[in-house]
Design a protein around this ligand. Structure first.
Ligand SMILES: Cc1cc2nc3c(=O)[nH]c(=O)nc-3n(C[C@H](O)[C@H](O)[C@H](O)COP(=O)(O)OP(=O)(O)OC[C@H]3O[C@@H](n4cnc5c(N)ncnc54)[C@H](O)[C@@H]3O)c2cc1C
Length: 511
């Protein structure tokens, strides 16, 4: 059995970033990824292939809480879900790390403060080429350094929207986006951003964890990546205190590997599933689960993808340059948090095909596409122990999810509708269900988090503040699982920052 200093399972925002951080250490690192590389091909930018045929989505179905099958919006590939993400990389607000009262209940405090994660946010922003501008977002937390990359310019229709919002005394800001715009050397072709959100990027301008992190990790001889390698379970020593083997299935073949340190980074749903699948005599309810939290408190945000109809045509190619946080913590008429608004990648007529004809009666879909302004709204959902992942007897995953804390989200949609009346748009919003990947809320797993929460109290959390399992000394979980609460910003940058923090800890104290 091959032995390594460290095994990392998963190549997404968490696993990829950690691999990149640890690669220069010279330690032997094995990265196991169940998916393969997404090929660079025309279909990468094809709406039919990407959205309607779901070409790059996982080919599996899960059960919802009622035992009904659904197709989750999840991607198994090198880079994980960052391969298709919109790369909007925002920091959580400092108050998000504290207990926060919502209309629907309490969002719990994190075991670390914002200031403990701050240096790693800066590192993550630099690593992922985040373009932004400090001092423009009214809720933005303090930062120790300016963005290393200037904000992306708005295209003309988005600039108009920005100006109209400013005229309403709102505070739109340049959305922080992770994108590699080229090194400016003579001879480089200029980069035109277009298809982005939801699409893989064959030009590799999008700063995803494959392009930014895994590729640089693989430049080191001490790092090995095995693709198409599904980790089936983890086996502990008889005393249950350390993981001694990682069991991998590659097609029909089964192989085991061992390592001093095992890092699970399969994404919040699959990491919980792996720990639950690995139950044994010492851990009868799943590995690292003496607290009974593994698989519980699943969160995915209250999200809406909405189209506004601009009275003027909107020929924008890349609209994802504007964010709005004026209602993040509340509004003049509501004392609880509402959430965050950002632009979504520009939609096209094919995206609405499934929702027609009820979608926009009387309007040609092409007209809608030429006039749409595309928005993405995110509000916090709260950790409910009954929102959880379980496994059936046949190992099939069941995702029990009931939406909560919706009042703030509904009010956020109303606020956007009110804004539209002042920014040259029709006053109604149309759903872009296809982008959201969900006709039913449970299928929208893009912002999954919370299933293996970290905390100081081992009876109420599975991981300590450096994401090490309380129960198992060589097991770490470094992906969206550790979130005790979901905040209302996209989760990617926080996952990357914590991976860098855990990486520092491993280098200083463990490896
Ligand atoms: C369409 C879309 C748009 C998004 N836009 C944004 C955005 O703009 N900003 C943002 O911050 N976030 C965005 N997100 C969310 C973001 O992509 C995720 O939060 C992030 O990728 C999660 O990182 P992770 O490490 O937890 O998991 P993932 O990135 O999902 O990585 C998990 C990896 O583990 C692998 N894996 C799973 N199970 C196993 C197993 N048993 N054995 C081996 N390997 C396994 C998977 O194949 C995958 O590569 C978006 C997501 C989607 C789907």
């Amino acid at each position: 059995m091959a032995h390594y200093d460290l095994i990392i399972i998963g190549t997404g925002a968490g696993g990829g970033t950690l691999a990149c951080k640890l690669a220069p250490s010279g330690r032997s690192i094995l990265i196991l990824e169940r998916g393969d590389y997404i090929p660079k091909e025309k279909d990468n930018w094809d709406t039919q292939a990407v959205f309607l045929d779901a070409k790059y989505k996982a080919k599996e179905h899960w059960l919802d809480k009622n035992g009904k099958l659904f197709h989750p919006g999840i991607h198994y590939c090198v880079g994980g879900n960052t391969k298709v993400y919109g790369s909007a990389l925002l920091r959580m607000r400092d108050r998000d790390f504290e207990e926060l009262t919502h209309h629907g209940g309490t969002s719990p405090a994190w075991p670390i403060s914002y200031s403990e994660l701050e240096p790693y946010y800066t590192q993550a922003e630099n690593l992922y080429h985040v373009h932004g501008q400090r001092g423009t977002d009214p809720t933005e937390p303090p930062a120790s350094a300016p963005y290393a990359y200037a904000p992306l310019p708005h295209e003309p229709r988005i600039q108009e929207l920005y100006d109209d919002m400013k005229a309403m005394d709102l505070n739109p800001f340049p959305l922080p986006i992770g994108v590699r715009m080229g090194n400016g050397k003579e001879g480089d072709a200029p980069i035109t951003l277009d298809r982005f959100d939801g699409f893989p990027d064959p030009s590799e301008a999008k700063a995803d964890s494959h392009v930014v992190a895994i590729k640089s990790a693989l430049q080191y001889d001490n790092v090995t990546l095995l693709t198409n390698s599904y980790v089936d379970r983890l086996i502990t020593e008889p005393n249950g205190k350390t993981v001694k083997e990682v069991v991998v299935k590659t097609g029909e073949e089964q192989t085991t590997y061992s390592a001093n340190i095992v890092v699970v980074a399969c994404g919040a749903i699959n990491s919980a599933a792996l720990l639950l699948r690995s139950a044994n005599d010492r851990h009868p309810t799943g590995l690292a689960n003496s607290s009974d939290v593994v698989g519980r408190h699943y969160m995915a945000h209250n999200n809406s993808a909405l189209l506004a109809l601009s009275r003027k045509p909107n020929p924008t190619l890349f609209g994802k340059t504007l964010g709005l946080n004026d209602f993040y913590f509340g509004s003049d008429d509501f004392e609880y948090p509402l959430g965050h608004i950002q632009m979504l990648g520009k939609s096209d007529a094919l995206m609405y095909k499934e929702d027609a004809p009820g979608f926009a009666p009387g309007l040609a879909l092409d007209y809608v596409a030429k006039h749409s302004l595309d928005f993405w709204l995110t509000s916090e959902d709260l950790p409910d122990p009954n929102n959880r992942i379980t496994l059936g007897k046949d190992g099939r995953l069941q995702l029990h999810y009931t939406e909560n804390n919706l009042e703030g989200h509904h009010r956020l949609i109303k606020k956007l509708r009110w804004i539209l009346e002042h920014v040259g748009c029709e006053p109604h919003l149309l759903p872009n269900n296809l982008y959201l990947g969900k006709k039913i809320p449970v299928a929208g797993t893009a912002h999954q988090c919370g299933t293996i929460r970290f905390g100081k109290d081992p009876s109420a959390s599975a991981l300590n503040e450096f994401c090490r399992a309380h129960d198992i000394q060589n097991l770490y979980v470094v992906d969206g699982s550790f979130f005790p609460s979901s905040s209302a910003v996209n989760p990617g940058l926080t996952i990357m920052a914590q991976a860098l923090r855990v990486g520092d800890y491993l280098l200083d104290q463990v490896l």
